[in-house]
Ligand binder design. Structure first.
Ligand code: C2E
Ligand code: CA
Ligand code: CA
Ligand code: CA
Length: 275
């Protein structure tokens, strides 16, 4: 306002451009979901430090649009949530994971459990548990092969309902990891009541290991607490051998990160890790 009419117009043009981009992306995402083209899952191994074996896998969504290029999941998952597309997107991704697992099993491979991320809206979908059961049936998947990762934001305000839902998932044999642990507002007071199996320490802590004494103190506190609560501890975003050594020293169970392997498309992943 102070700068007069011109700056107002500039501001409004930028907003319009932003809005236009959102609309373009939303239309493109809708088309990708309808056609099944451009959306896929990449796979990243989780390695057990004590055995050096790949004991589980995380599936991460990817979207390539011919016009827009590669779009990050941290952009298109929130877009899907805002535009009512999260349910069909979620179903497409879970189906493609189930189909991939069936294909690997049919090839005689023995994939370890694979975790998929659930956003807040995905977690609270009415049909979540029945959808998962249906996938197990349709693709004749072995019990416990599907795991889930969720963030603390899922639990805000609705703890008792969340606990009930988590119990239903656990009854299907699913491991459940609390993702990005340490970055949310989670009160530690209810952690012991949650039927989860795993704490996944956020990569921001891991990447500060070595140049920040505080992060090592937090790591020690998290692993100590997890032991007491009988939870597995995973470190994500492990990029250096120094980080790996610190994590071994603090008895972290599993590590995941570029040090081992970046997320890979299914054929490359199975070639390297399942054969
Ligand atoms: P996240 O679940 O915390 O996933 C970890 C992110 O770190 C992934 O980014 C992964 O590619 C990246 N990463 C793995 N190793 C390293 C490393 O050594 N260093 C660094 N700097 N990064 C590493 P990505 O794939 O871009 O996913 C970003 C976020 O998008 C995920 O964070 C997750 O919250 C969300 N997301 C991804 N796929 C899905 C999905 O299928 N469904 C839902 N709801 N969310 C998803
Ligand atoms: Ca995750
Ligand atoms: Ca994470
Ligand atoms: Ca994250």
């Amino acid at each position: 306002k102070l700068e007069g009419r011109n700056s107002y117009r500039l501001y409004s043009v930028t907003l319009d451009a932003q809005e236009h981009l959102w609309l373009t992306m939303e239309t493109a995402l809708r088309n990708a979901i309808d056609s099944g083209h451009g959306l896929s899952l990449y796979y990243q191994p989780l390695v057990e430090l004590s055995s050096n074996q790949v004991v589980s896998i995380e599936a991460l969504a990817r979207w390539h649009d011919p016009q827009l290029g590669d779009i990050q999941p941290s952009d298109f998952i929130p877009l899907a949530e805002r535009s009512g597309l999260i349910q069909p997107l979620s179903q497409l991704l879970m189906r493609s994971l189930a189909r991939q697992l069936r294909q690997w099993l049919d090839e005689g491979l023995q994939p370890p459990p694979v975790a998929i991320n659930l956003s807040v809206q995905q977690f609270w979908q009415q049909s979540l548990v029945s959808d998962i059961k249906a996938l197990y049936q349709e693709f004749a998947l072995p019990k416990g092969i599907l795991n889930f990762e969720l963030t603390e934001s899922v639990l805000l305000n609705k703890q008792s309902q969340a606990i009930a839902l988590l119990k239903e998932l656990r009854a299907l044999g699913c491991d459940i990891a609390m993702d990005d642990f340490g970055t949310g507002y989670s009160s530690l007071s209810y952690l012991h009541e949650l039927p989860i199996t795993t704490l996944k320490i956020d990569q921001s802590f891991i990447q500060q290991l070595g140049d920040n004494l505080g992060s090592e103190t937090i790591l020690a506190a998290i692993t100590g607490m997890a032991k007491g609560l009988k939870l597995k501890v995973v470190a994500e975003g492990v990029e250096t051998n120094a980080q790996r050594e610190a994590l071994t020293h603090h008895q972290v169970d599993l590590i995941q990160g570029y040090l081992i392997c970046s997320p890979q498309p299914a054929p490359a992943f199975s070639h390297q890790y399942l054969r």
